[in-house]
Design a protein around this ligand. Structure first.
Ligand code: MG
Length: 402
């Protein structure tokens, strides 16, 4: 069997690195033909040397210059830059599958380009579906490509759905670890620092998604992602806090059967499933040792302490460009929290205030979505600034309050 040619968007991020580990483990099965990264040229150079792709994209010309200098002669023609460069990697003719693992809204356009070029998609970038779910899923149909979820919850649901027919599904149950602050009081949440928020109990993830996990916005985005991916009503998608991260999600069928996918929390499992579907690979990871794990707990999320999740449900219900507004505002708010400009509960505050201020656009064509994203960012920035100034005045401090 010939190796499957894969182009990887977001190769130096947490998902990207795990994808390359799986590829490295099965050299005859997968071949990397394209790599797209942002600014980490050190790691990207190592990846180029190991996987010898046909095309590589990097954020800008300066970085490209540095990268080319550090590579053997002949690489100059293969390095491309900017948005156009990412698009090139997403549509490289040889690729059969594109792994979409860029963080945030930046993933949307290259993913869409890959679909339109007829590539199957392994989707880790949930923002693509949060922002433009209707449009993206229509493109998946029109261009007859397959979209396989890498997000562990959605991957679990995709696996559980295989146990019945689509019309036999009652509801989806997404599990959430709850992140590092699930047991803190409302008051305590005002005092948490970025480094505490980045310290996830079960999963090793990038900064953006770690903060989103701590606010539960990640679960909110995942509910929207699930709605589009599995064509469900938002009312039929439930979230349960499950701190052990062993049950990765569940599907309830009409006869009352609930099918779950379980496993140790390791992203290589959903990644390998998406890359090799419909076959499974012998990954050789630690087995799930249930007696050692003792109790598996499940409880309902607290919408008061974690309002971001509730907000995501409301925004998804309203639809149009509002989910793109939610997402854009959240990206700005997370960045501001990481830079110690706002405090933890203010992340959800910035997002909800932005959603309130921006008028909802019913249409959800690509132009409307992109301008809603931009408008949300501008609005969120100004809300961040006013919160920051207010806080400085209150404490009489200069600069940060970390
Ligand atoms: Mg997830």
């Amino acid at each position: 069997m010939a190796a499957k040619n894969i182009s990887l968007l977001g190769s130096t991020g947490s998902i990207g690195k795990n994808v390359l580990e799986v590829v490295r483990q099965f050299p005859g099965r997968f071949q990397i033909v394209g790599l797209a990264a942002g600014r980490n040229i050190e790691l990207l150079r190592n990846q180029i040397e190991s996987f010898n792709p046909e095309v590589v994209s990097i954020a800008d010309e300066t970085l490209a210059g540095d990268l080319i200098q550090s590579l053997p002669a002949g690489w100059g023609d293969k390095i491309v830059t900017g948005q156009e460069g990412t698009k090139k990697v997403a549509t490289v003719p040889k690729a059969e599958m594109v792994v979409s693992a860029i963080v945030g809204a930046a993933g949307l356009l290259p993913t869409l380009a890959a679909i339109k070029a007829g590539k199957d998609i392994a989707l880790a970038n949930k923002e693509t579906l949060v922002m433009a779910g209707a449009l993206v899923m229509q493109a998946v149909k029109d261009y007859k490509v397959r979209m396989l979820p890498v997000d562990s919850e959605h991957n679990a649901i995709a696996q559980a759905l295989a146990a019945g027919r689509r019309e036999e599904v009652n509801r989806l149950i997404l599990t959430a670890s709850g992140g590092p602050f699930i047991n803190l009081s409302e008051k305590e949440l005002w005092g948490v620092t970025p480094s505490q928020a980045l310290n996830h109990p079960n999963w090793d993830m990038g900064n953006k998604i770690s903060i989103d996990s701590a606010t539960l916005m990640n679960k909110g985005l995942e509910v929207i992602e699930a709605k589009w991916l599995f064509d469900m009503e938002i009312e039929d998608i439930e979230v349960l806090i499950h701190p052990q991260s062993i049950v990765h999600s569940m599907v309830e069928f009409i006869d009352g059967s609930v099918i779950s996918q379980m496993g140790i929390p390791d992203m290589r499992i959903p990644i390998a499933y998406a890359l090799s579907y419909p076959e499974r690979l012998r990954l050789g990871l630690d087995r799930l040792n249930l007696p050692q794990r003792k109790n598996l707990e499940f409880h309902r999320p607290d919408f008061n302490r974690f309002p971001a999740l509730k907000l995501a449900y409301q925004v998804c219900k309203k639809g149009g460009t509002l989910p793109a507004v939610l997402n854009g505002a959240n990206e700005i708010a997370v960045e501001a929290f990481l830079n110690s400009k706002i405090r933890f509960p203010e992340i959800a505050l910035v997002v909800s205030e932005t959603v309130t201020r921006i008028e909802q656009v019913k249409s959800s064509n690509l132009e409307a979505i992109i301008s809603a994203d931009l408008a949300a960012r501008v609005q969120a920035e100004s809300i961040v600034e006013s919160l920051h100034i207010k806080y400085q005045q209150k404490t009489g401090q200069e600069g940060t309050h970390a």
